[in-house]
Design a protein around this ligand. Structure first.
Ligand code: ACO
Length: 406
């Protein structure tokens, strides 16, 4: 019999397996776009952007960079820290609002490039809350015992969906990716609790219309006004929503984990606006310094902002073994989510240099495997065209086998 917790299913359990974070990595493009650079694009200025948002500069993907290439780099770095082989991955989830295609998933492309041939892969869409949603999905799969190891990626090329004439949005966003590796362990710790929420009544406050959109079927819809694949946002409303939900959902996640805000060492929020972070600190009655904040250098990288900020917090020595930390994402949907993690960062895998060499070999092998399999498919098609009988025969054989099975 499942016990209920304030009418909600409890998502904490007293026994293992636990989902531990064992690897992390980030990747951002080299190209920097400063506020001064933006002054030449739209009517704005460095002073306005810095005082209203805290952003000084952001990274913009180059011609040959994409959501998958950035996600892949972040993933490879996370596997390095975790010291595991791609073959050990059971699941790859990519949180993104800027996927390479509607399908196949960006996760499938990364799975192929990594050579993670035993992993399932899918994308998850929950805008800037996406990474926390994805982390919850992967952690719950580990907690249920159905998988052992998962790779969770937040990757975005927001620069490609921005309307570069709209100063209310184009100054805010940047490109990048971050990734975490989760692993099952019987030791207590790891992802402790999570709260996922949505209020779709605010769908139009922050949106990027796509091919399946109801809006594109409205006869009087003007395609120029609709701006397919371009972001529109009601900044003030999103601002109000964000300042309301951050404190609330972190408090709920802490309650579920049996912790208090004073138990936290660090809060890693979605990096949307400095003033949103300050308001959240006031609502939780904590110092703003308790919040990780790197928005000045990357702007809002949507689903990538939390793992990027987490990586920089780790590199900066702000998280240690045994620390409790909270992650909070919020954005289009409207959707928001918080997770509490007890940090363990346990070492796994074989000796590091051996592991590194084997990972490099796997990436090389994945490259060859992809070429061979794709060529094999083409040759098969040509052979079938030249010898249609062969095709007919194999179909007959298949039918025969089916009948035998029936
Ligand atoms: N440069 C100069 N002036 C500007 C700019 C700009 N880039 N943008 C707007 N302004 C002007 C406006 O036109 C307005 O002028 P007016 O008073 O003459 O009409 C004035 O500045 C104030 O505009 P507001 O929209 O009220 O500015 P605000 O202080 O609310 O800041 C901002 C705007 C930064 C967008 C803020 O509302 C915000 O950060 N909102 C949250 C956005 C967000 O986080 N979105 C992402 C969520 S995550 C996701 O899912 C993608």
């Amino acid at each position: 019999m499942v016990k209920h917790n304030n009418g909600r299913l409890p998502n904490t359990q007293d026994n293992g397996p636990y989902a531990h974070v064992v690897g992390w990595g980030m990747a951002v493009p080299d190209r920097i776009l400063t506020n001064q650079d933006l002054e030449a694009i739209v009517e704005t200025n460095d002073e306005w952007i810095q005082t209203r948002t805290g952003i000084r500069e952001r990274r913009i993907a180059g011609e040959h960079e994409s959501t998958a290439t950035l996600g892949l780099k972040a993933a490879q770095r996370a596997l390095e820290v975790a010291n595991i082989l791609p073959l050990e991955l059971d699941l790859i989830v990519v949180a993104t609002s800027t996927p390479e295609h509607i399908f196949p998933s960006t996760a499938s492309l990364i799975q192929d490039r990594l050579g993670a041939t035993k992993a399932g892969a899918f994308d998850l869409s929950a805008a800037c809350a996406g990474f926390v949603y994805a982390l919850n999905m992967a952690a719950q799969s580990i907690r249920s015992g159905s998988i052992q190891t998962a790779l969770v990626i937040g990757a975005e090329t927001m620069s490609r969906v921005l309307d570069w004439q709209d100063r209310g949005t184009c100054i805010l966003f940047g490109d990048g990716a971050g990734a975490l590796v989760l692993k099952a362990s019987d030791e207590t710790g790891g992802v402790r609790s999570s709260v996922l929420r949505s209020d779709g009544s605010g769908w139009d406050l922050l949106t990027i219309p796509s091919v399946g959109s109801r809006d594109s079927n409205v006869p009087e819809a003007n395609p120029d006004e609709l701006k397919m694949y371009k972001m529109t946002m009601n900044g003030r409303e999103v601002f109000k929503f964000a300042t309301r939900v951050i404190g609330e959902s972190i408090t709920q996640a802490l309650e579920m984990a049996g912790l208090q805000v004073d138990d936290l060492t660090l809060i890693v929020p979605h990096q949307a606006n400095n003033r949103i972070i300050q308001a959240a600190a006031r609502s939780l009655n904590v110092e703003p310094a308790m919040f990780m904040n790197n928005i000045d250098r990357y702007g809002n990288t949507s689903a990538a902002s939390i793992p990027i900020a987490l990586c920089e917090a780790l590199e900066g020595g702000r998280i240690h073994e045994g620390d409790h930390i909270a992650l909070c994402g919020f954005g289009g949907g409207l959707a928001w989510a918080s997770i509490v993690v007890t940090w363990t960062g346990a070492e796994t895998g074989e000796p590091r240099t051996l592991g590194k060499q084997r990972r490099q070999l796997t990436y090389l092998g994945a490259n060859w495997r992809r070429r061979i399999v794709r060529w094999g498919r083409r040759l098969d098609n040509v052979a079938n065209r030249i010898h249609p009988e062969r095709g007919k025969l194999s179909r007959l054989r298949h039918k025969f086998d089916q009948q035998k099975l029936d």
